[in-house]
Design a protein around this ligand. Structure first.
Ligand SMILES: [Zn+2]
Length: 96
């Protein structure tokens, strides 16, 4: 099983909706972009995905059924270990 290190998170506005940006995928330390679906499929296959931001603790990334905005159906979605630091809040990771 592999461990993937996520250094950046890509956020986009929903189509025809400027109310919020949600995560559409992540960028790993080798510079490769992976969609939410690819990460969720990889997690289901048993691989590990962790945040990796300099000077921050690493946090484990897990699947969510849909965007954290209650009325938004963007799916699947990702979150990381709850916490107050940059790397433990996937929504605050550097953009990529
Ligand atoms: Zn959303």
């Amino acid at each position: 099983m592999a461990t993937f290190k996520v250094t950046r998170v890509r956020r986009e506005y929903p189509p025809l909706n400027r109310s919020h940006q949600h995560i559409v995928g992540v960028v790993t330390d080798d510079g490769v972009f992976h969609t939410n679906q690819e990460v969720v499929d990889s997690l289901a296959a048993g691989h590990t995905w962790r945040t990796s931001v300099p000077d921050e603790p690493e946090a484990e990334i897990g699947p969510e059924p849909h965007c954290s905005k209650a009325w938004c159906l963007h799916a699947p979605y990702l979150s990381s270990t709850p916490g107050s630091t940059l790397a433990t809040d996937l929504e605050r990771m550097p953009p990529g």
